[in-house]
Design a protein around this ligand. Sequence first.
Ligand SMILES: Cc1cc2nc3c(=O)[nH]c(=O)nc-3n(C[C@H](O)[C@H](O)[C@H](O)COP(=O)(O)OP(=O)(O)OC[C@H]3O[C@@H](n4cnc5c(N)ncnc54)[C@H](O)[C@@H]3O)c2cc1C
Length: 423
Amino acid sequence: MTGTTHIIGAGLAGLSCAIRLCDKGKKVALYEAARLAGGRARSYFDATLGLTIDNGNHLLLSGNHAALDYARRLNTSEGLIGPETCAFDFMDLATGARWRLRPNDSQLPWWVFFNDRRVPGTQPLDYLDAAKLLFAKRNATIGETMRCQGPLYEKLWRPVMLSALNTEPPEASAALAGAILRETLAAGGRACRPLVAKKGLGEVFVEPALHKLAQQAITPKFGARLKEIVFAENRVTQLRFAGEEISVGAQDNVVFAAPAWAAEELIPKLQAPNDHRAILNVHFKLTPPKDQPLLLGLVHGLSEWLFAFEDRLSVTISGADRLMETPREVLASQVWLEVSRAIGRDISTTHDLASDLPPWQIVKEKRATFAATPAQDARRPDAKTAWENLFLAGDWTATGLPATIEGTIRSGYRAADLVSESV
Ligand SMILES: Cc1cc2nc3c(=O)[nH]c(=O)nc-3n(C[C@H](O)[C@H](O)[C@H](O)COP(=O)(O)OP(=O)(O)OC[C@H]3O[C@@H](n4cnc5c(N)ncnc54)[C@H](O)[C@@H]3O)c2cc1C
């Protein structure tokens, strides 16, 4: 093949597409509007903390086959750490109760019969209700499909589904929740081991990809925002960036891997998700206590997941649109109060909370993911378009999964495969 594949966007969809094409010996050119790669999964140096942090804490699971395949291609699988077997630690911020969820490895879920493996205050039969998600219709919400109240919902399904879908479960798509369930808990504990990029997303998913591409003389053009796509008959013939026009030859293909809102703007008659949800992360610079779990689920508070990195504790709050206007200092104090309790450092009687705060940073991602409602899911386009040399990639395309790294990388791979098949 002599043609070049022009990839728009160097987020994980664009990068994984580029890597897959390069592995197949194809020619690639990559264009990125920002000054760095990684998009919504990027690492950067934060001057306030004096640390390299991720824009958001990202959780992967051992059943994320595409994400793990991509890390293997980059030789960075070891950068993803987690417990040897499936275990999720939780704490109830209202009562101080702690528990550990321990699904067994195999698909036969005998763990629900053991008090010390399941959620406290629940019975084995309670867990059956969520199985309805596996057979849910595309237009059904979780609220219409299963019970969205009670201890099991509050202490397991809500936190898990809210973080996976970034949408309050009652309004979220039951089919998308079912897809997650099918590939994780229903596949057994061995598919559910939590995995975290210990030194950040950049070191596992982004920098090594750029390095691998550079070895094949491919350097992304940064600061290259696509402004217009020129079409003639059933093909893309030109890409217009500010100050540069790229001709798309008869052998060339284009993979559009920029976000949904850019796609709707640049691709005629394309329907894509147009409602998004925010995610908020609060980072505290301090060394976590030695016995602090890598990941701690927090219920009945503002904080949802507490990640313990070597040099910081970071809290994730999903579906955080309601908090976008809350003053940063207020958020930092409130979250710090909860984190202090979670790490066994009760400061509720401290008079001057502000002086107790370690250095902190808040990162707000307003359009973190599309809202995982049935209506938005129905707007997700296939990777193939009406133009024979234009393909789509990104977490917002019809991957069958919510907006996750796993869905993103599958979309990058699929676009690469479609390009390969088209020549
Ligand atoms: C805070 C946060 C927490 C998250 N947590 C998790 C998690 O725990 N687990 C998980 O699996 N997923 C998580 N996600 C979701 C995951 O990060 C995304 O699904 C994934 O990064 C999307 O990648 P993408 O390549 O599709 O899009 P993007 O990362 O948005 O990449 C698109 C790229 O295109 C560029 N671009 C935009 N417009 C143009 C243009 N006109 N021309 C050229 N380039 C353009 C952008 O700058 C960007 O770099 C989280 C997301 C956020 C924001």
